[in-house]
Ligand binder design. Sequence first.
Ligand code: SF4
Length: 258
Amino acid sequence: MSSTHTGIEWTDKTWNPTTGCNKVSPGCLHCYAEALTKRFPNNFKNGFDLTLHPERLAEPLKWRTPSRIFVNSMSDLFHEDVPLDFIQNVFEVIHKTPCHIYQILTKRPERLLELSSHLEFHENIWLGVSVENQNYVERINYLRQVPAAVRFLSCEPLLGELNLDLTDIHWVIVGGESGQKHRPLKTEWVEDIRNQCQEAEVAFFFKQIGGRTSKAGGRLLDGIIWEEMPDAWKQHQRKWGNTPVKLKVKKQNLAITA
Ligand code: SF4
């Protein structure tokens, strides 16, 4: 589960230098990462306890095709038990592999902001916060203060209507919940968010309606698949294309313990 191709529509690969987490808000109730640790216990010796994997830090150095990489699909990089120097190591790998875009999503934007003055936000880092209902829009105010090239929202699983201030936000992803106990999505909520994005000229990506499986409800909204990406993605593609590149950095040149 450290570095795999993914079925997530808005990314290409996952990279999990940490695994495990704790639940912090209603969006965590049916946490996909926790379910995977239970399903594949042999792959997760510590279960869903927060675990650092320094041996995985150098993995992106092997990936030569420019890709969008979702950092920590199995955890939260800004979890309170991830030390600052480990996060700095992750950022250093990102800095050394500019052909990739790294998408970091957190439900702990307070810690992200607290540590941000100790981190270098290279242009290939996109930072996002999860906003599942109106009680958590405050997370966006923390994100807005972080100097990332792209700031994004993941409204998944969307659990209610959202009234968003999209100032200085570049991308909004929306998705419904899937699984046996999924909480249903109302398409009116999604249409309303799409309209807010259009009004604010923010890229809008609709991942799925959800249901018993992730594909059950499809992903059409008003008969259209919405998969807009921030302008920074087109610029990145123009610069790097999609053919393998030669990386000039070796694992031993990184100040990481792997
Ligand atoms: S923050 Fe993310 S990884 Fe952590 S418990 Fe919640 S949903 Fe799962």
